[in-house]
Design a protein around this ligand. Structure first.
Ligand SMILES: C[S@@+](CC[C@H](N)C(=O)[O-])C[C@H]1O[C@@H](n2cnc3c(N)ncnc32)[C@H](O)[C@@H]1O
Length: 401
């Protein structure tokens, strides 16, 4: 049984706010959160409550499995500096786009790009095939006659993005194409027409520039000595404590994260087209190269007996997380399990071996005293029963022993 640390700086008001936020089931919204639908993303409401409870403006917050960058966006909006680590280059692109603080020139250049969208996509005009990506297999499952129009529209959109010279405008425009293509392709029964795609591109361009400006205004309104920084790096968390960039900002005040979940298969790095065919197109559209197969992003093969590779990689990662943390650092994570009964104790044993002690600052008297939350609307749960264990996740709080 793990100990309770009464000294965790979580007063009653904050504990109640975190509990309320954990149970909030509203859809992901606000700031730049909807620039991409990253699988298994955090609830921003929950992350905000944790950042507010366990850090102050000007502190550093690290997310070692940052995914779609929810932590970075919330940290910046609250005046905290933040560092995200993720093994996926797609994650770094999304984090970069979501944390942009655009200059007026970048906004103006983006607006000019947006006004040209109606002429950019023209099925009667030629497009340019992205040969390097096509040869490396990134067009896989998009080569069928059913998809040629959409592929062409994406190519034409990307060519127009490449003409943008200001970095911020180009990143935002590329993210608009990525989000539109995700809307058009991922987990859809019917492929939209070209005019529907064009309309969606226009709509998202309009919505996303408005969100980016609102985000910039929020960051500008903070009365800090220096604007909050946000850094994202592509690498494995295992060994990250030796990384120069990580060392520079360690120890952080708070580490908040959600690692890949044991036994639950999530497609972080693919879209599903035509039923279940997997497409690596998001990497091509983001201008990034894919790392490897799905076990690379989910910490091992879930079919391996007892999830041995998963728990080995979890331990290697949390050894580094513990080395990044200082004696004052609070480590908050949310985890879902395919079979809670044996996986949770095993997960907690890994934390202990990494020198981390569990804390339950909530005073929750029912159940195991931990904070559990129902996971609303997660795609991979569609095939599970509504009350299967994987549809709930636990909030774990640790400190260095
Ligand atoms: C549950 S997702 C995080 C989602 C994130 N909380 C959000 O709000 O979008 C887990 C992430 O861990 C990343 N990942 C998997 N193995 C990793 C490793 N060894 N090191 C760093 N990141 C890893 C995956 O690429 C994925 O983006």
């Amino acid at each position: 049984m793990s100990q309770i640390h009464p000294e965790t700086s979580c007063d009653k008001g904050y504990a109640e706010r975190i509990i309320g936020a954990a149970r909030d089931a509203s859809p992901v919204a606000g700031l730049t959160h909807n620039f991409y639908r990253y699988p298994a993303r955090f609830s921003p409401v929950f992350v905000r409550s944790v950042i507010e409870a366990f850090s102050s403006p000007g502190d550093w917050v690290i997310d070692p499995f940052v995914g779609g960058g929810t932590t970075l966006v919330e940290a910046m909006a609250l005046g905290r500096h933040s560092l995200g680590i993720d093994i996926s280059p797609l994650s770094s692109f999304i984090c970069e786009a979501k944390t942009l603080v655009l200059t007026d020139q970048e906004v103006a250049a983006f607006e000019r790009w947006r006004s040209r969208i109606p002429d950019t996509i023209n099925i009667h005009e030629k497009s340019r095939r992205f040969e390097r990506y096509a040869e490396a297999g990134y067009y896989r499952n998009l080569e069928s006659p059913k998809h040629w129009r959409l592929r062409k529209a994406i190519e034409q959109s990307l060519v127009s993005v490449e003409r943008l010279r200001l970095a911020g405008s180009a990143t935002l425009a590329r993210c608009v194409v990525l989000r539109s293509a995700q809307w058009a392709l991922d987990a859809r029964k019917q492929t939209p027409s070209i005019s529907e795609f064009r309309e969606r591109l226009q709509l998202l361009a309009e919505e996303m520039i408005a969100s980016a400006i609102a985000f910039r205004d929020q960051v500008d309104s903070l009365s800090l000595n220096a604007p909050p920084q946000s850094i994202s790096i592509t690498r494995s968390t295992a060994g990250a404590h030796s990384d120069e960039i990580v060392q520079e900002v360690s120890p952080p005040k708070l580490i908040v994260t959600s690692p890949p979940y044991p036994g639950i298969h999530v497609l972080y790095h693919r879209w599903q087209v035509d039923g279940r065919k997997e497409s690596p197109a998001p990497f091509w559209i983001a201008g990034k190269l894919d790392g490897a197969g799905s076990s690379y992003y989910t910490m091992g093969d879930r079919k391996y007996p007892n999830l041995r590779t998963y728990f080995e990689q979890l331990e290697a990662s949390f050894m580094s997380v513990a080395a990044i943390a200082g004696p004052e650092t609070i480590i908050v994570q949310t985890v879902a399990f395919s079979e809670t009964e044996w996986q949770l104790p095993r997960y907690l044993a890994v934390m202990e071996r990494c020198g981390l002690t569990e804390d339950r600052p909530w005073n929750i008297s029912d159940g195991d005293g931990r904070l559990w939350r129902d996971v609303p609307n997660r795609k991979w749960h569609a095939r599970q029963k509504p009350h299967s264990p994987g549809a709930r996740e636990v909030v774990l709080v640790h400190r260095k022993a």
